[in-house]
Design a protein around this ligand. Structure first.
Ligand code: PLP
Length: 280
């Protein structure tokens, strides 16, 4: 899967790698982060354990992976609000339909401390922030390299928003010929750098843009909905959690960026319905 489309937006020319089109439930960077598990023999594991938010994109991606592989999937989250418990929506509803076993933990932080991979049980840290993602993101880097060579692009900037920073980190490692540009969605740049340093030394072709304003993760900001709508009208639907801040930061810095710009679409469209509902 290596579809790249030209994208004209606000007077600038971009390319977008359309990884949201890979599969409705396992797409974008989650497809690449889970790539090595997708290609792992089925009998290697019988249970996958992970944890995090109850509408997480990674949660749904792992649920789909496990269903394909015939692996049990246990997911630990903080206690759900009553309305969600009674009537699951969005990614949660979809993951439960794929047989995910949800464990609401009243002592969440202590609970996840106790988790450990053992035998045929594998623990995937929140958001798939794990060296396990490296091989798949290297594959993503190869696809970009091939495309870049075919297009004869000498100078390429790759844009990808960061949650855990796993994708940006391994992509910068895998594509040393490019600049990888990201922005932090969870916490500030200092926090993101700390997260990345757990994976290794931060590559020097990786740039973290400074945000013009402090945003809290997953809050419905009007300017996020606004740029989401503008992007959609220009022809591509992006996710409402990560992409809006990335695009806003990118547009501020476009004047200073030399060479071509490739935005890697990281999927996450299944979460849009529940995010859109919060704007009404
Ligand atoms: C998960 C996700 C990200 C963040 O990826 P990290 O590797 O955790 O930095 C970005 N965009 C979308 C749409 C995602 O689903």
């Amino acid at each position: 899967m290596n579809t790249v489309t030209p994208f004209h937006f606000k007077g600038f020319n971009f390319y977008v790698k359309r990884d949201e089109l890979i599969h409705p439930q396992l797409s974008g960077n989650k497809y690449y982060k889970l790539y090595s598990l997708l290609n792992t023999p089925t009998n290697t594991y019988h249970t996958i354990i992970s944890y995090g938010g109850s509408q997480s994109n990674a949660m749904l991606a792992i649920a789909y992976l496990c269903q394909q592989k015939g692996w049990a999937f246990e997911y630990i989250c903080k206690p759900l609000p009553q309305h969600l418990k009674e009537k699951p929506t969005g990614n949660l509803k979809a993951a439960l339909a794929l047989n995910m076993h949800l464990i609401e933990s009243s002592d969440y932080a202590a609970h996840i401390q106790t988790l450990q991979s053992h035998g045929k049980t594998l623990v995937i840290p929140q958001g798939g922030a794990d060296p396990l993602a490296q091989a798949g993101i290297a594959q993503l880097g190869n696809e970009i390299k091939q495309w870049q060579a075919k297009q004869n692009i000498a100078q390429l900037n790759i844009i990808t928003p960061s949650g855990t920073g796993t994708t940006a980190f391994y992509l910068a490692q895998a594509a040393p010929q490019c600049q990888v540009i990201t922005t932090a969605l969870v916490g500030d740049n200092t926090y993101l750098k700390q997260q990345m340093q757990q994976l290794g030394n931060i590559p020097n072709n990786l740039t973290l843009l400074e945000p013009s304003k402090k945003y809290h993760f997953a809050k419905p900001y009007p300017e996020f909905l606004h740029i989401y709508t503008e992007l959609k009208q220009a022809g591509i639907t992006f996710d409402l959690l990560y992409a809006p801040k990335m695009w806003l930061s990118l547009l501020v810095h476009m004047q200073d960026i030399e060479g071509e710009v490739l935005y890697v679409h990281s999927g996450g469209l299944t979460g849009n319905a529940t995010m859109l509902a919060r704007y009404t």
